[in-house]
Design a protein around this ligand. Structure first.
Ligand SMILES: C[S@@+](CC[C@H](N)C(=O)[O-])C[C@H]1O[C@@H](n2cnc3c(N)ncnc32)[C@H](O)[C@@H]1O
Length: 184
C-alpha cells in the first residue's frame, strides 16, 4: 500500500467495494476514483459520479471510455446527490475534496456545499455502507473547509455512524487527511 492519502483510500475501497455494489464518487475530477469504483463494482454494479466543472466531467468520461468502464457522470453539485439515488441504497461514497488537478486553482470544494453533501451522502448509505473522504487544506483552499468539515463530523450521531479521522503528523506541506465513515 502506498503511504499516502490516495493509497489509503484506494486500499479501503478495494477492501469494502464488492461486485454489484452501488457507489457514488462525489468529486469526479479526472476520474481516477470513479474508474476504480467501476472496476470494483463490476458490470453488475452502479457508479454515479458528480462534478461541477464540465472539464472534469469530460476528463472522467474520457478516462472511463479509454478503460472500457461505465458510470453515470453528472454535471451537478454533490450537494444534490439525494436527487439521483434512493435513501439507504449506497454501498460506498467517496469524496476527494479540493481542486481539479491541472484545472483552475480558484475552483475548489467549500464547506458551504461539502457539508450538505456529506449529510446527503449519509442519508443515502445502506446499512454497513462506507464513506471515505480525502480532506485537502492549505494553499488556495485555506483551512475554512477543513475546520468546518472536521467540526461537523464530530457532531455525527455515534450510534448511527463510526467516524475515523487520520492525520499525517510528521509530514510537511499540509497533506490531505484521510477520513473513513462506517454506517452501523
Ligand atoms: C481533488 S478533485 C477530485 C479528484 C478525483 N476524485 C480524481 O480521481 O481525479 C476535486 C473535484 O471536486 C470538484 N468539485 C468542487 N466543488 C464541487 C461540488 N460542489 N460538487 C461536485 N464536485 C465539486 C472540483 O471541480 C474537482 O474536480
Amino acid at each position: 500500500m502506498q503511504r499516502n492519502t490516495l493509497g489509503l483510500v484506494h486500499t479501503f475501497l478495494e477492501r469494502h467495494v464488492k461486485p454489484g455494489a452501488f457507489c457514488i464518487d462525489a468529486t469526479a475530477g479526472r476520474g481516477r476514483d470513479t474508474a476504480l469504483l467501476c472496476q470494483l463494482a463490476g458490470r453488475k454494479g452502479r457508479v454515479l459520479a458528480f462534478d461541477v466543472q464540465p472539464e472534469a466531467v469530460a476528463q472522467t468520461r474520457a478516462l472511463l471510455a479509454k478503460e472500457g468502464l461505465e458510470a453515470e457522470v453528472v454535471l451537478d453539485s454533490h450537494s444534490h446527490m439525494a436527487d439521483y439515488a434512493d435513501k439507504g441504497t449506497a454501498d460506498c461514497i467517496v469524496f476527494n475534496f479540493g481542486r481539479l488537478p491541472g484545472g483552475d486553482p480558484k475552483i475548489f470544494t467549500t464547506a458551504k456545499t461539502s457539508i450538505p453533501a456529506i449529510d446527503a451522502g449519509l442519508t443515502l448509505l445502506a446499512p454497513s455502507g462506507v464513506m471515505c473522504l480525502a480532506l485537502y487544506y492549505g494553499g488556495e483552499n485555506g483551512y475554512e473547509e477543513k475546520n468546518a468539515v472536521l467540526s461537523h463530523l464530530k457532531s455525527i450521531n455515534d450510534r448511527a455512524f463510526t467516524v475515523l479521522s487520520c492525520d499525517w503528523l510528521n509530514r510537511p506541506n499540509d497533506p490531505p487527511m484521510p477520513i473513513f465513515i462506517w454506517k452501523e
